[in-house]
Design a binder for this molecule. Structure first.
Ligand code: NAP
Ligand code: F7E
Length: 347
């Protein structure tokens, strides 16, 4: 393989929300980007199809490889062939509610998967920088505001698996001198957010109710407080962490809390609807243990990296509703058919 003019990066989870934005960002910076893709019986690359160029083309800089975080041997093979300068570990079973239904699978991918990848980096002898997608879910029951020194108290199999990956990453930094960092990211959303996370479930339902193809929206706990930011800004923070002189761990957050109810109100009112006419409580969306309030303090990232969130929850709700309304109207994918990600820092 010839050396690329820019840096070479490997992204696990490239087909997910963050992976797709990170791939765009790195390509815009001249990187050669390699992505790990799970084999699926149907296409699972819709978030990155617009970035794909036939690898036979001389200007192709995005390359996809089949692989899975449960297959450690495959990870070693890929790392030794690709030889990336930066590895971003974004792959995970990332749904908190689902982690109660599939705790062992979640532990195997979201927890052990990171250890397999770290060990693959070590075994391949590569001198590369490693980003671990850690999560505010690790703080769980610890009250806000949460920062890098807040004790972890996970409240789900997902949160527990992320704590394992967090410590595995720190251990490889301390034991082997690896440039390995944890980005402890609070919730971040976008028109590309998976349809079963609460923000997208709400904004998609608003668009469908407005269009007359749905009437009710069934939700669980409306009192939960989250610190919702805008995903394209957060992937820029991931990249900044790997460009730093020192490997360290950073919280990324907006610093402001918003209840699920407030997100619902902001979303429905954006299209002139009264949420109370449509939202119905359904206990199936409650969790055995809930995380009541997450509000992050990203002061360290601002001081050390110059990173700061720009988009806050109310603007995010409006931006996502607008994208879903357009997608509903043209039956298309909001991120491909329309340049709707206003505020995208590198566009
Ligand atoms: P996402 O949209 O759910 O994407 C997850 C990605 O992981 C997808 O590409 C998925 O592939 C892949 N994946 C799942 N299991 C895998 C396996 N066994 N092997 C290989 N790939 C696998 O998640 P996201 O919102 O982009 O989040 C990215 C990362 O940040 C995740 O680790 C998440 O836990 C973490 N995080 C997210 C947030 C947030 O608010 N978004 C906050 C903190 C941390 P398929 O497309 O084939 O399913
Ligand atoms: O829930 C409440 C739910 O599933 C947010 C992941 O990206 O962020 C995400 O995890 C809140 C919870 O995200 C419904 O009980 C009410 O309090 O959108 P969510 P999450 O659990 O915060 C963290 C940082 C991650 O790392 C994760 O990967 O909304 N809620 N009613 C509901 N949630 C859902 N999904 N569906 C409902 O009907």
């Amino acid at each position: 393989m010839t050396e690329p003019a820019g840096k070479r990066a490997l992204i696990t989870g490239i087909t997910g929300q963050d992976g797709s934005y990170l791939a765009e960002l790195l390509l815009s910076k001249g990187y050669e980007v390699h992505g790990l893709v799970r084999r699926s019986s149907s296409f699972n690359t819709s978030r990155i199809d617009h970035l794909y160029v036939d690898p036979h083309e001389p200007d192709a800089r995005l390359f996809l490889h089949y692989g899975d975080l449960t297959d450690g041997a495959r990870l070693v093979t890929l790392l030794t062939t690709i030889k990336p300068a930066e590895v971003y570990n974004l792959a995970a079973q990332s749904h908190v509610r689902v982690s109660f239904d599939e705790p062992v699978h979640t532990g195997d991918t979201t927890g052990m998967g990171s250890m397999r990848l770290l060990e693959a980096v070590r075994l391949s002898g590569l001198d590369c920088r490693f980003y671990q997608a850690s999560s505010s879910e690790m703080f769980g029951a610890s009250p806000p505001p949460q920062d890098e020194d807040t004790p972890f108290y996970p409240r789900s199999p997902y949160g527990a698996a992320k704590v394992y990956s967090y410590w595995a990453t720190r251990n490889y930094r301390e034991a082997y001198g690896m440039f390995a960092v944890n980005g402890i990211l609070f919730n971040h959303e976008s028109p590309r957010r998976g349809e079963t996370f609460v923000t997208r479930k709400i904004t998609r339902a608003v668009a469908r109710i407005k269009a007359g193809v749905q009437d009710k929206l069934y939700l669980g706990n409306l009192d939960a407080v989250r610190d919702w930011g805008y995903a394209p800004e957060y992937v820029e923070g991931m990249w900044m962490m790997l460009q730093s002189d020192v490997a360290d761990d950073y919280v990324l957050a907006t610093g402001r809390g918003f209840t699920v109810r407030e997100f619902v109100e902001a979303s429905f009112s954006h299209v002139g609807l009264d949420w109370e006419d449509h939202v119905v409580f359904d206990e199936r969306y409650l969790r055995p243990t809930e995380v009541d309030a997450l509000i992050g303090d990203a002061g360290k990232a601002e001081r050390a990296l110059g990173w700061q969130a720009k988009t806050h929850s109310a603007d995010l709700a409006r931006l996502m509703v607008a994208a879903d309304v357009t997608a509903q109207e043209c039956e298309g994918r909001p991120w491909i058919d329309q340049p709707l990600v206003a505020g995208w820092p590198s566009a």
